[in-house]
Design a protein around this ligand. Structure first.
Ligand code: APR
Length: 277
């Protein structure tokens, strides 16, 4: 089962078998990720681009070259649609992820790092660029074991992280705090509550249970405050968390303090206390 994670960092520093490049059709380098990969990987990558792609690469397609001096074995270049230039066919963006995974499989790659294709210079709306990546990775069979979605800025990483946790919840260890979060409640307070629930479940997926429910309460409240950037004990009910808002409006992204204090944390404590012993 492939593990999919959100990483905050520079794609050229990822120690994986395949680093995916957000290239252009000419395949002769450029700015953004393309520029960073050619700079860090050295001229061997450009030489291979020229040799292997004399006529460039079509939008939506993918092809591999050497990784040169990068901490990877190959670079898989793919060309996303240029939203700024009016290329709005989302199936081409989805094709980038599908084809890149297929090429990585042909290479026998076990780990692959993607940037957010088309989300930079090519101007694809960020939330939809994230959704297209996650949806396509989620439905494309791969023999790889690890897929990383690498976000360059902290804000983008928080958004990617929220969506990755929604689409690919990690396994929780036996007798972990995270295990108390399954199953998720039937009812939520506001639309940001499930995002916070999943974020905490993932954070505690391997954290052993504390000695008592008072400590459990403290640990969860502290973690919730760190995730949403505000205390659950504050007086006003709704707290808006931008990265919990997939861009659909209607109170999306808001966390309900009242729900967490009367239901969310109570549920976790009850499950903790109901455990045998
Ligand atoms: N590591 C990870 N992500 C990065 C890095 C990096 N070193 N540099 C930029 N990014 C992010 C951007 O913030 C954006 O979210 O990668 C995403 C893709 O941005 P671009 O590199 O601009 O790629 P794209 O939008 O697909 O545009 C491709 O830009 O760089 C040129 O030659 C390239 O013409 C092509 C076009």
């Amino acid at each position: 089962m492939v593990s999919v994670t959100a990483v905050h960092g520079d794609i050229t520093e990822q120690r994986v078998d395949v680093i995916v490049n957000a290239a252009n059709r000419e395949m002769r380098g450029g700015g953004g990720v393309d520029g960073a990969i050619h700079r860090a990987g050295g001229p061997a990558i450009l030489d291979d681009c020229i040799a292997r792609f004399p006529h460039g690469l079509r939008t939506g397609d993918a092809g591999w070259t050497t990784a040169g001096a990068l901490p990877a074995r190959w670079v898989v270049h793919t060309v996303g649609p240029n939203h700024v230039a009016g290329e709005r066919d989302r199936s081409l963006l989805e094709s980038c992820y599908r084809r890149a995974l297929a090429v990585a499989d042909e290479l026998g790659a076990q780990s692959i790092a993607f940037p957010l294709i088309s989300a930079g210079v090519y101007g694809w709306p960020l939330d939809d660029a994230i959704d297209a990546a996650i949806e396509t990775i989620g439905r494309t069979p791969t023999r790889g074991e690890e897929v990383r979605l690498v976000a360059f800025s902290a804000d983008t990483h928080r958004r990617v992280q929220a969506q990755v946790l929604r689409a690919f919840p990690p396994e929780t260890a036996h007798a972990s705090i995270g295990g108390l979060f399954d199953p998720a409640p039937e009812q939520w307070g506001l639309r940001g509550d499930p995002y916070l629930w999943r974020a905490l479940r993932s954070q505690f997926a391997t954290t052993p249970l504390p000695p008592d429910s008072r400590e459990l309460d403290r640990v969860i409240r502290d973690a919730a405050q760190a995730v949403i950037g505000a205390a659950l004990s504050a007086s006003d009910d709704a707290h808006y968390v931008p990265e919990f808002d997939p861009g659909h409006g209607m109170s999306a992204g808001a966390v309900s303090r009242e729900w967490w204090n009367t239901t969310g944390i109570r549920t976790l404590i009850d499950r903790f206390e109901a455990r045998d012993g």
